[in-house]
Design a protein around this ligand. Structure first.
Ligand SMILES: NC(=O)c1ccc[n+]([C@@H]2O[C@H](COP(=O)([O-])OP(=O)(O)OC[C@H]3O[C@@H](n4cnc5c(N)ncnc54)[C@H](O)[C@@H]3O)[C@@H](O)[C@H]2O)c1
Length: 433
């Protein structure tokens, strides 16, 4: 550790979580090395630029790189604290893939020294931090490893999940409460001392397995509750009811708070993490598994309704509004909007237009479909059908006067003032399901 008592920090994985984390730690005055396997990512950051969209991140990264507090590399180097924020996807059977975490561990193990703290932030199935610990123990028999020695361990290993909201990452990184789970209580205390340097929220210590499960539970909770709203939206659609009206009224009950339906659930967290729990206890997770099925099923319901609307109006030009998995971000991973729009593009070709202000170009699956990207103004001038798939602010603020004569399928409920003219032989002008 340096004479100013600020640890040198290595953040492994410089994506949506790792880069903002590295920048915030650097802002707190630590010297941070960002480690990534992507040369493009490393070069971009070393120019003081960013490769992801996140509010205020560009200025922060530019500043800490210019001050020499943050640099990036593909080569590992010694540090005092290692923070791992690499992907944890699932495979085609929904089994968690922790190979990136173990690869990150293999990379840093050779440079670990006595006194170092290793913190895993990637969303991980229960037991991953101990697996990481065991792997480090195998690679570094010269180090006394926590939980595997009766003596004072040389290093500390902990798990601290991230619960930030894309679009508010910088604010939430510092202000959210954190659960810090140590492989041993001593490890938790060492990690806590590190987070106290840049986190203003309350930091609560626990064991690593509980912290791992806490993160999964948070996202499964969201998924189950969104599934309830999505199921309601399908039922309301079948009954000819406006689900938004029903939810608005039900939420006047002092103990009811139904979430908003949408075209499904996407992103790298809520659509993925519940499977980590299901995989860990397949016999005992019927609710969590069903919620996943309901949310995926809602996406297919939206596809069917949208196809019906487009097919019933053969001369109409169609605009799909949004591809991102949620509002005001450029993250298209596991996005139901993207899936719905690409299905429509494949089926209806050049009739389909995509409006996505956060995408420089259309994703690969739109190639050769005939669908093109246009902006919201062109869509409002030239398209007859608007299918709202994402509640970006830029869509939300379109006044009624500019869309009153359109056929609208609003899967996000952003335009409650859209006329609802139900005709027996045609889809509703405002389809609420
Ligand atoms: N994105 C979110 O909003 C969010 C929120 C909470 C938790 N998480 C979790 O955080 C973790 C990271 O997610 P993300 O969204 O930042 O992912 P990401 O894909 O945006 O970034 C991951 C980065 O890690 C790099 N990488 C992969 N393997 C590496 C290795 N062995 N060594 C060094 N770098 C490596 C990749 O090149 C990439 O730049 C995941 O477990 C995710 O579930 C994400």
């Amino acid at each position: 550790m340096k004479s100013d008592n600020k640890p040198d920090v290595c953040v492994v994985g410089l994506g949506y979580i790792g880069l903002p984390t590295a920048a915030v730690i650097a802002r707190a005055g630590c010297r941070v090395l960002g480690l990534d396997v992507s040369q493009r990512v490393v070069d971009t950051i070393n120019r003081g630029e960013i490769h992801i969209e996140e509010v205020d991140l560009d200025g922060l990264v530019q500043g800490v790189v210019a001050r020499g507090l943050l640099s990036a590399s593909t080569e590992e180097a010694p540090a005092d604290v290692f923070v791992i924020a690499v992907p944890t996807p699932f495979d085609k059977n929904h089994a968690p893939d922790i190979s990136y975490v173990l690869a990150a561990g293999r990379t840093i193990a050779p440079v670990l020294k006595a006194g170092d703290v290793v913190i895993l932030e990637s969303t991980s199935p229960v037991g991953t931090t101990e697996e990481l610990r065991d792997m480090i123990a195998q690679m570094r028999p010269d180090l006394k490893i926590p939980g595997l020695t009766r003596e004072t361990p040389d290093i500390s290993i902990a798990y601290c999940p991230e619960r930030v909201l894309p679009g508010r990452i910088l604010e939430e990184l510092t202000n959210n409460d954190r659960s810090i789970g140590g492989v041993t209580p001593r490890c938790a205390r060492k990690a806590l001392a590190f987070y106290k340097r840049f986190v203003r929220g309350e930091c609560v210590t626990t064991d690593a397995r509980s912290a791992e499960m806490t993160k999964l539970v948070e996202n499964a909770y969201r998924d189950v509750n969104i599934a309830f709203a999505n199921e309601l939206s399908v039922v309301a659609d079948k009954m000819g009811l406006d689900v938004w009206e029903v939810i608005r009224l039900a939420n006047r009950h002092p103990r009811v708070n139904i979430l908003s339906p949408g075209p499904g659930v996407g992103g790298h967290c809520i659509a993925v993490d519940p499977w980590f729990i299901v995989h860990g206890a397949p016999e005992h997770t019927p609710l969590i598994r069903t919620a996943r099925g309901v949310n995926d099923g809602k996406m297919h319901h939206v596809i069917a309704r949208a196809e019906e609307l487009v097919a019933a109006n053969p001369a109409a030009k169609v605009a799909c509004l949004g591809l991102a998995f949620k509002a005001n971000i450029d993250d298209f991973r596991e996005s139901p909007a993207r899936f719905v729009a690409s299905r429509l593009a494949r089926k209806f070709g050049s009739r389909v237009h995509i409006v996505e202000p956060y995408a420089a170009e259309l994703p690969i699956e739109f190639t050769d479909t005939g669908a093109v990207q246009i902006d919201i103004d062109d869509a409002l001038e030239t398209c007859d059908i608007l299918i709202v798939l994402v509640d970006h602010d830029v869509f939300r603020v379109v006044p009624l006067a500019e869309r009153a004569d359109k056929l609208v399928y609003d899967t996000r409920g952003i335009w409650p003032d859209q006329p609802r003219a139900v005709r027996e032989d045609a889809p509703a002008v405002r389809l609420a399901g």
